[in-house]
Design a protein around this ligand. Structure first.
Ligand code: C2E
Ligand code: CA
Ligand code: CA
Ligand code: CA
Length: 276
């Protein structure tokens, strides 16, 4: 049993350049996970610094594996992207997130947007607009309460990205650029993309108090968003010094362990009820 456990662990290594047997096994396991509803969503609050209010949540997938327990997305999302399984998994995430957000509204909570991570394949899939619009209709969620997170790498094919983004804009959903600063998006195109928000990557936030370069980069990104009329949120805020720095530099919203890690639906409701 010990031996088996170790093999299983290797199968879930973030480095998926494993044997084809393992890949096939993982692919089958992921299909089974979808069919058996082994995935759940966790939710991480997005907090307005000044008021301390929860102004949004990001939905983050978890896999409750029958033998291994809670599996982090870093251990299967890269493989799901490679194999194409990210499309049905991503659809499950989108539908579940919209459904949950609508349920919270029906329970009387003040409506807030829910953010969903879109993979490259989803972003460029045929009839993206139709698919998202269908999910919104099915769940009854109004488009302004859905935010889609894309990464800079998805904007490399500029014309295609603009076309997809315009479709999303027509739908009325919000779009943010995740992990901002880690990719290669050109500032020139940034103003051409119909996006709403930048999410400053946590690798910059991590060292703002120790590395003057990171501090300068973060302050500059925030100032830029104000000039471009974009919203901004800082990710990975883990301590009060970082929070104060961000607040002083006019970043209004943060997400990170300082306020809360991603939590299950019940815990999120508890925070909505009692404050964070
Ligand atoms: P991400 O979209 O950048 O999500 C933020 C990650 O940072 C989450 O990891 C979150 O738990 C973690 N995090 C939040 N606050 C802090 C902090 O203060 N300190 C540190 N060190 N980490 C923090 P998680 O949930 O393990 O997700 C990892 C990545 O997996 C996500 O990164 C995203 O790229 C991907 N992912 C998660 N759910 C989905 C999904 O439904 N669809 C797709 N396509 N990708 C997903
Ligand atoms: Ca994200
Ligand atoms: Ca991120
Ligand atoms: Ca990330």
């Amino acid at each position: 049993a010990k031996e088996k456990g170790r093999n299983d662990f290797q199968m879930f290594n973030a480095d998926m350049k494993s044997t084809s047997i393992n890949r096939l096994k993982l692919e089958n396991e992921l299909r089974r996970a979808l069919a058996n509803e082994e995935f759940v969503l966790y939710y991480q609050p997005q907090v307005e610094i000044e008021s301390g209010r929860i102004v949004g949540v990001e939905a983050l997938i978890r896999w409750i594996h029958p033998e291994r327990g809670l599996v982090s997305p870093n251990h299967f999302i890269p493989f799901a992207e490679e194999s194409g399984l990210i499309v049905p998994i991503g659809e499950w995430v989108l539908r579940s997130a919209c459904k949950q957000n609508k349920a919270w509204q029906n329970q009387g909570y003040e409506p807030i947007p829910i953010s969903v991570n879109l993979s490259m394949r989803q972003f460029f899939q045929h009839n993206l607009k139709g698919k998202i619009s269908h999910v919104l209709e099915q769940t009854g969620l109004e488009p302004q309460y859905l935010e889609l997170e894309i990464t800079e790498s998805m904007t490399m094919d500029v014309d295609h990205a603009i076309q997809s983004l315009l479709e999303l804009k027509e739908l009325g959903v919000n779009v943010s650029i995740d992990d901002f600063g880690t990719g290669y998006s050109s500032l020139y195109y940034l103003k051409k993309f119909p996006i709403d928000k930048l999410k400053i990557d946590r690798s910059f936030v991590r060292d703002i108090m120790v590395d003057p370069n990171d501090a300068a980069i973060v302050a500059t990104i925030i100032a830029m968003t104000h000039h471009l009329n974009l919203k901004v949120i800082a990710e990975g805020v883990e301590n009060e010094d970082q929070l104060n720095f961000l607040y002083q530099n006019r970043c209004n919203e943060v997400q990170g362990y300082w306020y809360s890690p991603p939590v299950d639906g019940n815990e999120l409701e508890y925070m909505l009820n009692h404050g964070i």
